[in-house]
Design a protein around this ligand. Structure first.
Ligand code: A3P
Length: 305
């Protein structure tokens, strides 16, 4: 089954999800060749759910014995260059990237749904941190990002669909790596089955109490903060370093290039909860609430809308 996304991105329904066509080959290489280590940490998310933020937090947490806060590589490097996306890695390196030299624990990210993760990863003891976001904010964040950045300008794009048409597709489950609810449910169910392996986080919860979540992530990846570190205020330092306000204003994120013609500054838009209210009508929100109620029914997963 083939369909273009509202921005023209060609997608194919593959292994139960809408896979961007350019990801098909890297996905198969990743599934076939990736050898997970028990010490690996994988960050998983639907795009525009807080990946950039969580990469910064995870990097700061696991590398805190190597870099004092004022010498953090995050001050000069965008977090996407410190924590690689496995799809992009396999896309760029053509089949078999060399991942052996990365410092331990190796940190990676993916937008793939749980059912598409390589068996090596599922069978290992590696940790998976999942971050999700209120779907209406995710939708608006993605729309605003893609309207500003035509990701594959060399590809023959179709016409960009209107907000109403794009929202219809979203409510029908048509989006890159979606349906949205299936993506969340895959990791949600895995976190219930194996809470030591999968940590399920919500963007809104981290935003409301970043210190609590920084401690939780550190414990989850097996690197809890010592009493001394807590007394020194390291948890607060990491949370401030990785905050939207701090990262957004760094030179590297104001001026640096993410990839192609996409600038790092497009990764930092508003960083708010509830920005969807500036774009979508209450009726649209009701429609998504009704859809989610049906799709998440019986799962125990409740999202803030
Ligand atoms: P908005 O477009 O709503 O502002 P991703 O990193 O998965 O692409 O998600 C991007 C969204 O996360 C954008 O949301 C962006 O502004 C927000 N974001 C980026 N860095 C952040 C941070 N340090 N803290 C909170 N939100 C952040």
């Amino acid at each position: 089954e083939q369909q273009d996304n509202w921005d023209g991105l060609p997608m194919s329904k593959f292994q139960g999800f809408w896979c961007p066509v350019f990801v098909l080959h890297p996905l198969l290489c990743f599934q076939r060749n990736f050898k997970a280590l028990d010490t690996d940490v994988l960050l998983a998310s639907v795009p525009k759910s807080g990946t950039t933020w969580l990469k910064a937090l995870l990097f700061s947490i696991v590398s805190r014995d190597r870099f004092p806060i004022d010498q953090s590589p995050l001050l000069a490097t965008n977090s996407h260059r410190l924590v690689f996306s496995l799809e992009c890695f396999y896309y760029a390196e053509d089949d078999d990237p060399d991942l052996g030299n990365l410092s331990r624990p190796r940190l990676f990210s993916t937008h793939l749904p749980h059912q598409a993760l390589p068996s090596s990863l599922i069978e290992s003891n590696c940790k998976i941190v999942y971050v999700c976001r209120n779907p209406l904010d995710q939708f608006i964040s993605e729309r605003e990002f893609l309207l500003k950045n035509r990701l594959w300008p060399d590809k023959p794009y179709g016409e960009v669909l209107s907000l109403d048409e794009a929202f219809d597709m979203f409510c029908d489950g048509v989006q890159a790596f979606g349906p949205f609810w299936d993506h969340l449910l895959g990791y949600w169910n895995a976190s219930l089955e194996n809470p030591d392996r999968v940590l399920f986080l919500k963007y809104e919860d981290i935003k409301r109490d970043p210190l609590l979540k920084v401690k939780k992530i550190a414990e989850f990846v097996g690197l809890p903060f010592s009493e001394e570190e807590e007394k020194e205020g390291l948890v607060g330092d990491i949370s401030r370093l990785c905050s939207f306000e701090k990262l957004k204003d760094l030179d590297i994120n104001k001026n640096g290039i993410h990839f192609g013609s996409v600038k790092n500054n497009s990764l930092f838009r508003k960083g708010d909860i509830g920005d969807w209210q500036n774009y979508l009508t209450p009726a649209m929100a009701e429609r998504m609430k009704t859809t989610l109620k049906a799709k998440l029914s019986g799962s125990g997963l409740i999202l803030d809308i």
